[in-house]
Ligand binder design. Sequence first.
Ligand code: FMN
Length: 186
Amino acid sequence: MKILQIKSSILGENSTSSKYTTKLVEQLKKVGDVVVVRDVAEKPVTQLSGKVLGELQDPTSLVSREHNTLIAELQSADVVVIAAPMYNFSVPATLKNYFDAITKAGVTFKYNEQGQPVGLITNKKVYVLITRGGKYKENGLTFQEDYLKVSLGFIGLSDVKFIFVEGLAMGIPPEQIEANFKAQLG
Ligand SMILES: Cc1cc2nc3c(=O)[nH]c(=O)nc-3n(C[C@H](O)[C@H](O)[C@H](O)COP(=O)(O)O)c2cc1C
């Protein structure tokens, strides 16, 4: 089994979302499994622009090859674990750039004869680990996870489990944060 861990925190070694996704990977990992780490903060995916859109018309361009590499890496994974810290109410821009790269007509989605979108990446379990300084889930502010759910579902990844590590800036004891995390794994 291949586990793809996608990190997106700007905080490097001090990242909470990286720490908890690594804990999750350790939990999921069995002997012989391969873990591939894609860190989109350390190595940002090219941001879309008019120029980049033009370059994407050429399948041999650098950016086309970059996107193809990311898509192949995703396609070959059995399990995907995504770290999604909340930055200013949304996902990090680098994670958005990643989704912009992997959402590719004819490759990761298509439109069927009825004009409906069909996701082309299937048979994967996805875990999304959301970290936040505040607490949003209990207040029903779900736009961050909604964006991720829609983006993943559009390319066929509909088996998604969200895990929330919230209230990190609210003085909650670390043991309680850890216990809340563990309680969601079951
Ligand atoms: C640039 C930046 C913006 C943030 N914006 C929010 C926010 O809008 N809401 C919130 O609850 N926490 C916010 N936080 C706190 C982070 O969500 C929290 O510290 C989380 O653990 C970050 O994950 P990381 O350590 O993996 O980067 C922000 C943190 C940073 C660095």
